[in-house]
Write a protein that binds this ligand. Structure first.
Ligand code: ADP
Ligand code: GLC
Length: 479
């Protein structure tokens, strides 16, 4: 099959979260399976300097934006795994400091920026030779692509993947003319939702197939609690909705070979993990007296249950633990954790910001990984932690429930195959209890290492997930 991926992030060139990871990893795996795969991304500031071998093509796209026309120049480069990568240059829209906004506020012209990108993707696809059969788009930023394909009667099939239903790209109805879609698309069957242009809803309703990033989240989003007002829409479209768990790029996330770690290790020889632990404590000037290290690497966003960490952390610190947190986002949460570190010197280490290298060292050096997300479409960091022998403590939801098995030696022998700790409902007391279960296991080093090894041997490689996507692509082609 010939597949064109379109998204607003692609690791290692543009990443703010898991979306970038997925776009960096899935296309090369599909290419390896023998498909013809390319990808397209906005040409953000700095990419021209950072991407080796990037070159301008002589393809200039003329994209209508309401009553005017904006030009987009197509650049070409190579993404990981030799995937052909196109980048769309538009100075006014994409030569900015960030991808989506600054100082905790979205760019006010995000509608124009991503309507432009979605239309440019389709226009570019018309010039590709051989032409793609499938355009696989991701999240609201490319949610209008299926609508544009349908409105123009083009022969591409479209697949829309929901990575996070809460971010919908919902814009005032008065922005509709900027889509340059026929008026007949501003209806309940099209891109309109309660008077707004809703890019997420447009993708769900108009794509030939819809996927989301875990089987459990595919069910959850059809309920009122998790549906973000789109639950009824998703129920109506469930015949074309599939949940496929994300994979892990084990070439990047493998403690046996990870070049960013002070020492390497694997399930057969855990020794190096001790060295990673020691180095992590040293780098944050934390006391090394054998206390367990709890870690979090996260966007500081409401979704991630940061308030639950705040609720229980001082109680845990009183029981003598270490906390290492790497994250950025909500300014109130940033200042809370910075001041926590100042109040607990030697016990709490905090790094505010985005730091890829440190994220590997924290994942390797910690004992437990905190992920009390209110909802989690998939979540990648808990799967990275499992591979690094760092036991995840997770709210039983979405991809967290699909990837972490609960360790409950007190209940039955069957649950002894647990790889981490799950809790539900999502509130302080159950989270606290799960942390207490983790501390109890930590006191029994033989059992702790047995559980670590079980987690390290779990296999979430992309090959499995890629098979799921192949099936979905075939369904799209048959539709
Ligand atoms: P989400 O996409 O909702 O943020 P995921 O768990 O799917 O959650 O993916 C998050 C990705 O972003 C992971 O690769 C994680 O390591 C990375 N990440 C998040 N915050 C940071 C940070 N502050 N520094 C470095 N990497 C981070
Ligand atoms: C979103 C979700 C996260 C998922 C990622 C990649 O950012 O919040 O759970 O892992 O997309 O699909």
């Amino acid at each position: 099959m010939n597949i064109l991926f379109a998204a607003s992030e692609l690791s290692p060139f543009a990443k703010s979260g898991g979306l970038g990871d997925v776009l960096g990893a899935l296309p090369p795996v599909l290419k390896g399976e023998g498909h013809s795969v390319s990808a397209v991304l906005p040409l953000y500031r700095g990419l021209r300097e950072r991407i080796p071998g990037i070159r301008a093509t002589d393809l200039f796209l003329q994209i209508p934006m309401g009553t005017t026309v904006k030009e987009g120049r197509v650049w070409e480069a190579e993404a990981p795994g030799g995937v052909r990568l196109f980048l769309i240059e538009q100075e006014e829209y994409f030569n900015r400091a960030q991808y989506y906004g600054e100082n905790n506020a979205d760019y006010v012209d995000n509608a124009a920026r991503f309507f432009f990108f979605s239309k440019a993707v389709v226009e570019m696809a018309r010039y590709l030779d051989p032409a793609p059969e499938i355009i696989h788009v991701h999240d609201w930023q490319t949610g209008l692509v299926p609508a544009v394909v349908k409105a123009r009667g083009l022969p591409f099939k479209t697949v829309f993947t929901i990575h996070n239903l809460a971010y919908q790209g919902s814009f005032w109805g008065i922005d509709f003319p900027l889509t340059n879609l026929p008026d007949s698309f501003f209806t309940a069957e099209g891109v309109e939702f309660y008077g707004y242009v809703n890019c997420m809803k447009a993708g769900i309703v108009l794509a030939d197939q819809v996927t989301t990033v875990s089987p459990r989240y595919a069910l959850e989003i059809q309920t009122e609690i998790y549906g973000c007002w789109l639950d009824r829409v998703l129920q109506e479209q469930k015949h074309k909705l599939t949940g496929i768990l994300n994979g892990v790029d084990y070439a990047t996330w493998n403690p046996k070979t990870d070049p960013l770690l002070p020492a390497n290790y694997g399930p057969a020889a855990l020794g190096g993990k001790g060295a990673c632990r020691k180095a992590l404590l040293e780098s944050f000037h934390l006391k090394d007296d054998g206390a367990p290290i709890f870690a979090a690497i996260t966007r500081l966003a409401h979704q991630k249950g940061i308030h639950l960490i705040q609720e229980i952390i001082e109680g845990l610190l009183w029981q003598d633990i270490r906390l290492v947190l790497l994250g950025s986002g909500d300014p109130a949460a940033e200042s809370y954790f910075s001041s926590l570190a100042a109040r607990y010197p030697g016990k709490v280490g905090v790094w505010i910001g985005f730091n890829e290298e440190l994220s590997h060292r924290v994942t390797a050096g910690a004992d437990f990984f905190l992920m009390p997300s209110l909802y989690e479409p998939c979540g990648l960091t808990q799967m990275y932690s499992l591979r690094y022998g760092t036991l995840p403590i997770v709210h039983e939801t979405g991809g967290l429930a699909d990837s972490v098995k609960d360790y409950r030696p007190d209940l039955s022998a069957a649950t002894k195959d647990g790889t981490g700790f799950r809790f539900s409902p999502c509130s302080g007391q159950p989270f606290w209890d799960a942390c207490q279960r983790a501390m109890a296991l930590y006191r029994n080093k033989v059992e702790l290492n047995r559980v670590r090894k079980l987690g390290m041997k779990e296999d979430f490689s992309w090959t499995q997930s890629a098979k799921g996507y192949e099936t979905v692509y075939r369904r799209a082609l048959a539709s």
